[in-house]
Design a protein around this ligand. Structure first.
Ligand SMILES: Nc1ncnc2c1ncn2[C@@H]1O[C@H](COP(=O)(O)OP(=O)(O)OP(=O)(O)O)[C@@H](O)[C@H]1O
Length: 268
């Protein structure tokens, strides 16, 4: 049976040196600015959340942070390594859960983990041992022997996250890791990530769930229209209100939906 929630909030941790440094990152598509002058320092041992409305620039920022997308200007360093000048070395230190998953889905979950490990430079014995350990930690059970193409959206996300961990990276960059994940699996994933961070790992993730970010992250950046409008510890950013309330204050979305007066009239 799946264990019930063990950890409900981010424990206090002493942070180390900078693991990820985004400096003055800008990304333009033609005349459209997707990300504007984003700078961020993520320190070792932190659990960093990036939040923002749809189209704010979260995926663009994280894709540039992992070397998957070239910025128009600005630099990214992972543990002091420039991700564009030394892409292979920088990426060997990162585990990535990208926005659009492209997995070798004609493999079983177990095979996918094993071959990801081998591609990441693990020897056969280590890749097998870590595959078994991840199958157990993520509670894949018999599903580890099924083809990934037949997985549900949530299971696909879980196997992708497990694959991102297999080479024991120092930094995890996760785009919407909890999307499509059921509440029990979300607790399981949170515990795995807390454990990873308590062993000296660092996580940066994007999410639309303010509640989740408030519970699991110790730092947060709020990005709106490609710019960071607030960042710091979760406690400093939210003050004496919830992160969700602060988020709404910052984003200042429309207070009511206008222009849909016709909607529902025929139901009266
Ligand atoms: N390849 C592209 N070409 C043109 N515009 C793009 C491209 N990719 C992203 N954009 C634009 O850049 C902006 C930021 O997009 P991004 O996907 O980073 O937002 P997001 O915060 O991740 O959104 P969501 O929460 O909806 O996933 C959006 O206006 C988007 O339309």
């Amino acid at each position: 049976m799946t264990p019930v929630a063990r950890v409900t909030s981010a424990p206090h941790r002493e942070l180390g040196g900078t693991v990820l440094r985004l400096h003055d990152l800008t990304k333009r598509y033609g005349s459209e600015v997707a990300v504007q002058s984003v700078s961020l320092d993520v320190r070792r041992g932190s659990f960093y959340g990036i939040v923002g409305p749809n189209g704010a620039g979260k995926t663009t920022t994280l894709s540039m942070a992992t070397g998957l997308l070239k910025p128009t200007s600005g630099t990214v360093e992972v543990l002091g390594i420039d991700v564009w000048e030394n892409a292979a070395e920088a990426r060997s230190r990162i585990g990535i859960l990208p926005d659009r998953l492209r997995l070798f889905d004609q493999l079983t979950g177990g095979q996918l983990l094993y071959y990801t490990g081998v591609l990441r430079g693990l020897d056969d014995e280590t890749a097998r041992a870590r595959t078994a350990s991840l199958i157990q930690a993520f509670e894949f059970g018999a599903a580890a022997n099924r083809l990934v193409v037949d997985y549900s959206a949530g299971m696909t996300k879980k196997i992708a996250l497990a694959s991102a961990l297999i080479h024991s990276p120092e930094l995890l960059v996760l785009d919407e890791p909890f999307e499509s994940i059921d509440p029990v699996s979300a607790v399981q994933l949170t515990d795995i990530l807390f454990d990873y961070v308590s062993r000296g790992g660092t996580v940066i993730l994007s999410s639309h769930s303010m509640d989740l970010v408030q519970r699991v992250c110790d730092h947060v950046a709020v990005i709106v229209d490609g710019e960071i409008l607030a960042d710091g510890t979760v406690d400093a950013v939210r003050g004496d209100i919830t992160l969700e309330e602060r988020f709404r204050d910052i984003v200042r979305g429309p207070q009511r939906t206008e222009g849909l007066d016709w909607l529902g009239i025929s139901f009266n």
